[in-house]
Design a protein around this ligand. Structure first.
Ligand code: SF4
Length: 491
């Protein structure tokens, strides 16, 4: 927005809602970004705005456009904002929004949708510079995980073969286009089934994977470090998609398995990031999040291990039943998840395995097999299992499915994961961890902080004020949501 000449300011929703006077004084337009789970806070912010001018919603919540317009937002930006913002800024003052691409808005009683279905390409794609200075507006920004975009979109254009309920009932007829068709043909399914894993929205909203030039990534990280940030996450639906799109250019990267990971591009990215002195000295932590298990080979694991030893890495299992895993639209096989756990652990990373309960197609058979697979993953070196309850996202292939409530299958999975969690938390007892202390906690002489580079929230007992400091602390107790520690100097 600043690049378009707009005088604007970033605020957290909480800051707006708790502001003692008028947080919007002097502003003409409100723009609120969020995920589907943020819709209530967005509505509260909008209520505070009280129609004093146009209000625009954006972010992944855009799939809830009807609800957002009903709440009173003037318009909703669909998907990637680069497509809409230049025209939107030009048109907002006149109030005529008809020519703004990818905008959904109300015109009298009618809802107008200008969604084009296009995704952003270069040169527009990376032409906007992130407003790095605005990071200061986030509380605890210095200790928080700050996401630096490295890959936009996802290469998984496989689709679920389970029945789809919305926008109209359909089931894959096995035409094979999205698995073996040309890269361009995989963009659409003749039955209208959204791309990617059935529960996910990333490929539909953010398109195929596209990699950001190394210089832009490094530049942003350097600026963040100058401001005081100490934890950087290389943000990507899959970091191993980095540079794979360059290998298939000018075609879209819609194949999650071929070509394999681009080792040269990854090496170049990581080596340049690690040539920043504070990163190479270990004063600033660089982390990754998700990888597609099928792209993890021995070379890939060794490369990641050379730079990212000791950091966590997320692997989606979701269902440990081979048939179910594939039916969901996953790009991998169950055995590839297990192999990735082993290779990444051997390379010095800390694999976390992700599972979802309540998914369409779940049965006692899939749950039993998931438990069996998780046991194997633990033996092979998985550090944690993260279990999510399935939430049907609007606009995803699984929209309209509801997870059963009080389901004994879910309880069985939860019980098993709780046992694993207790086990891995017990492993932490007596260990020394590094903590960035951000604030005081509820009780007197207690402080709260983030484990570095990544780990459970830490509550530290101390008589001296630790706020704003990075300390070493010994874990004395593990609770469900955090660990309790004493500063090393006090033990
Ligand atoms: S393109 Fe559609 S119908 Fe064809 S295999 Fe993929 S999901 Fe099935």
């Amino acid at each position: 927005m600043k690049g378009l000449g707009v005088d604007c300011e970033l605020m957290e929703c909480e800051e707006v809602l708790l502001h003692p006077t008028d947080p919007f004084k002097g502003y003409d337009v409100l723009m609120v970004s969020g995920m589907s789970s943020d819709i209530r806070s967005m509505a509260m912010v909008l209520r505070r705005w009280r129609s004093r001018g146009p209000s625009i919603a954006g972010g992944p919540v855009c799939v809830e456009s009807e609800e957002l317009l009903r709440l009173g937002f003037t318009g909703v930006v669909w998907g990637e904002a680069e497509i809409s913002l230049p025209e939107l800024v030009r048109r907002l003052s006149s109030g005529d929004l008809h020519r703004v691409p990818n905008l959904i808005f109300r015109d009298g009683d009618r809802i107008i949708s200008n969604v084009t279905g296009l995704y952003v390409r270069e040169p527009l794609l990376w032409s906007f510079e992130p407003d790095v200075e605005s990071i200061r507006r986030y509380r605890y920004f210095w200790a928080s995980r700050v996401y630096v975009e490295v890959v936009r979109g996802c290469s998984n254009f496989y689709r679920t073969s389970l029945p789809v309920l919305s926008p109209r009932p359909a089931q894959c007829d096995g035409c094979g286009i999205c698995r073996v068709g040309s890269l361009k043909d995989r963009l659409t399914c003749h039955l209208g089934i959204p791309p990617g894993c059935g529960y996910c929205l990333v490929p539909r909203l953010y398109g195929p994977a596209r990699s950001r030039p190394v210089s832009k990534v490094v530049n942003e990280i350097e600026k963040l470090i100058d401001i005081g940030v100490i934890r950087v996450v290389l943000s990507a639906p899959d970091i191993l998609d980095y540079g794979r799109d360059w290998l298939v250019k000018p075609h879209p990267l819609t194949d999650p398995r071929n070509p394999p990971a681009n080792l040269d591009a990854l090496e170049n990215l990581l080596s340049q990031i690690y040539s920043i002195p504070k990163v190479s000295r270990g004063d600033v932590y660089v982390m990754i999040e998700n990888v597609k298990p099928n792209l993890v080979t021995e070379e890939v694991a060794k490369l990641l291990g050379r730079y990212l030893k000791g950091t966590t890495v997320n692997l989606g299992l979701e269902s440990g039943d081979e048939k179910h895993h594939v039916e969901l639209g996953r790009p991998s096989k169950v055995e590839e998840v297990l192999k990735a756990v082993k290779l990444l652990r051997e390379a010095g990373l800390r694999p976390y395995v992700y599972v979802i309960h309540g998914l369409p197609g779940e049965s006692w058979r899939t749950v039993r097999r998931t438990i069996r697979t998780l046991r194997k993953a633990f033996k092979l070196g998985a550090e944690r299992v993260i279990l999510y309850r399935f939430r049907p996202l609007k606009g995803s292939a699984f929209e309209g499915y509801e997870p059963p409530s009080k389901d004994p299958k879910a309880e069985a999975l939860k019980g098993f994961v709780r046992k694993l969690e207790r086990f891995s938390k017990r492993e932490l007892l007596g260990k020394t961890i590094k903590v960035a202390v951000v604030d005081s906690y509820r009780e007197k002489d207690t402080y709260i902080g983030y484990t570095l580079p990544h780990g459970p929230v830490a509550v530290i007992e101390s008589k001296s004020d630790l706020r704003g400091r990075v300390i070493e602390a010994v874990v004395k107790e593990a609770r469900e949501r955090y660990v309790i520690c004493l500063p090393l100097s006090q033990t």
